[in-house]
Design a protein around this ligand. Sequence first.
Ligand code: PEP
Ligand code: MG
Length: 537
Amino acid sequence: MKQGTGLPVFPGVAIGTPVVYRKAARSMPVAAADPAVEQKKFEDALETARAQLTALYECATRDVGEEQAAIVEVQMMMLDDLDYLEAISAEISAGSAAAQAVLKCGEEFASAFAEMDDEYMKARAADVRDISQRIADILCGSEGFALPEGRFILVAEDLGPSETIQLPRERILAFVTRQGSLSSHTAILARTLNIPSLVQADLALRDAENCTTLAVDGGAGTWTTDPDDATLNMLNARRQEVEAGRATLEAYRGRQSITKNGKKILLCANIGCAEDADAALSADAEGVGLMRSEFLYLGRNTLPTEEELFNAYRRVAQTMAGKPVVIRTLDIGADKQADYLNLPKEENPALGLRGLRLCLSRPDIFIPQLRAIYRASAFGKLHIMFPMVTSVWEVQRAKAMCERVRADLERQGVMVEKIPIGVMIETPAAAVIAPELAKEVDFFSVGTNDLTQYTLAIDRQNAGLGEFYDPHHPAVLALMAYIAKSAQEAGIWAGICGELGADPELTIRFINMGYTELSMAPGRVLALRKLVCESEE
Ligand code: PEP
Ligand code: MG
């Protein structure tokens, strides 16, 4: 038995089989001693890749849908592509190590695809890169993620949004990452799914691999490998305690969130995909305050079609049955990357072409999303929200695009509603010009994760900067007070959809500032409602 700690992300106790996710090895052999040996290694790796893709195909059909499964199918075909296989073998014969040959030829094929005129063929570049990386990982003894049967605890050095989105959510008992921060997207996903989780855990990957049972206490911030009977008893008692605490909150289900002095607050849920709307509803959320629509674009190799997006938004609108739903337009960039967009590599992606900036410069991506949202507006109470705003002109231009889309659809005879439009306030610039922005929009929602990052100039992903990333910093709270005041003066509502929206230490302060909506992981709604209802404010 070994024990250690991590930062608690979501309370609860999970006990189960650990599965270690490893990214690609960083070092790989460059020269081969014997081409015949390397060729044999390559052929064995192809077989392993085939087996992995077959398992992934079955899992994709079951968990994610036919469209994703079709992408896996394309990659399987690549494993039989003679041009590709022969190019790699020729490279090996010329003296390259197998892994190096695969990556070199993979890149050459991907570049050739990327330069083609046909959009479909262009999109195959990402498939070739993906499959080549998989084979290289196998050759380097770093096989990535082989999905086990049943439920498991996922242990990793770190996980990116495009990695987490591919996981079979209902089979994950807990996340434990050695890096990551409380406001990283893996932590956000864990909270959305009510999964006990730790980040910055001191659990060595080999210890996780060498044990049969791992226990995670996401409230106390501890992990234990192969717990003995006494520890198991203690953990089971903790589990019951957490469950009893959740049961007492049930008294607040179905109630409005109103302080003793009559201030009504809307407590909403943050979601990442259409299925999460079920979690929002069963958590008794009063709406969806943030749908991170970019998750529909991650973990795949092609842009989602307008039809796919429409189906997802319609499903959320219908599930929430008349409750408000705020769909944030695509916030890709920084830690949320989609390789198939082939965006130029940036020195500082957090300060780069992301959020609304990307959408304004890529109408080919933005317009289909707006069309899908407007088409889905007939099925519920949808709102549109633009992320990463810094200037008034950006909002004016985005609104003009919305209006054009709406008018086009109307001309085509499609039923559309007038959709309220809002902006996220998550840059200091947006906070400072809040009075001007308020004249343009119907609501504000503060993205405290990025507002903290950009105000304090501290990377929210950087685990090493933990204590400096302080969302309670007076500078952040002063901006938040100013944002709420600006909204009130302009007669629009202001909410909070960053992680701070669920911080019980600040709830009353936010209500006093004038915020009337708080959006959070679904599992936090009832606890916050209890706090609001018991407040004298
Ligand atoms: C935020 O920045 O607070 C936010 C809600 O957006 P995201 O965490 O997706 O960047
Ligand atoms: Mg943000």
